[in-house]
Ligand binder design. Structure first.
Ligand code: SAM
Length: 227
């Protein structure tokens, strides 16, 4: 499949993550110079309180779910890629790993005290629906943390363009599932910037929405409160 436009139907996204699952964690470390671990810990500590029931939606290979468990949550990790979940299951036997669709979450209303999504919302076929589902399964007052790649403004922009536009796709071509790493920069380009994502969260019913930027604005963490 040729993946250039940054948009894929859900089945294409799932198949792509199945293909890149074996190299996903290594690529994350390389692409973020190892910083992703800190961003995940910051996300977990921003929304998880000890004893919380936590959903990590689009959990992939599980690193953010594990960070939420370390922050004291009782965690459910959900993803539709079985190959990504296989990797996640090896990381923790304490977390409930569920195969499912983030656009039709298999949970009752008000099931969780906190929810996180790491580098996941950008891949959703219907962002409004994904955010509405998170609002539905969070109890009123429950906290959401969305960690996502964004486009930096200012002096980092040229560096970012070379890194994501050239280096990442070339690195990806050397690896199985290589076209995914052409999809990645294209999907970032079409995704709303931090101000717009904050607006989408408000429109989905979240209040107290705010965000902070990491790594000079390459990554954003949005926080909101349900209900
Ligand atoms: C870039 S990975 C992020 C994985 C992980 N959250 C992390 O922080 O590394 C995006 C994940 O979202 C999952 N995903 C995308 N759309 C989904 C959907 N509609 N339902 C469930 N999972 C989805 C993919 O299978 C993939 O594992």
């Amino acid at each position: 499949m040729t993946v250039e436009a940054g948009t894929l139907p859900a089945e294409g996204v799932r198949a792509m993550f199945d293909r890149i699952a074996p190299v996903y964690d290594a690529m994350n470390r390389v692409m973020t110079a190892g910083l992703d671990g800190r961003w995940r810990r910051e996300t977990a500590s921003a929304v998880v309180r000890p004893g919380d029931r936590v959903l990590d939606s689009c959990c992939g290979t599980g690193d953010l779910a594990v960070a939420c468990a370390r922050a004291g949550g009782t965690v459910t990790g959900l993803d539709f890629s079985e190959r990504m979940l296989e990797r996640a299951r090896r990381k923790s036997g304490q977390i409930d790993w569920v195969q499912g669709d983030a656009l039709a979450l298999p949970f009752e209303d008000d099931s969780f005290d906190a929810a996180t999504v790491g580098f996941g919302v950008r891949n959703l076929e219907d962002l409004d629906c994904g955010l509405a589902e998170l609002a539905r399964v969070l109890r009123p007052g429950g906290r959401l943390g969305v960690l996502e790649i964004t486009r930096p403004q200012g002096f980092l922009q040229p560096f970012y363009n070379v890194w994501f536009g050239t280096v990442v796709p070339v690195l990806g071509k050397l690896l199985p599932g290589g076209s995914a790493y052409t999809y990645l920069p294209a999907s970032v380009k079409r995704f709303p910037g931090p101000e717009d994502l904050a607006r989408f969260l408000r429109e989905a019913g979240f209040s107290e929405v705010r965000y902070r930027l990491f790594a000079g604005g390459i990554v954003a963490l949005h926080i909101g409160v349900a209900g």
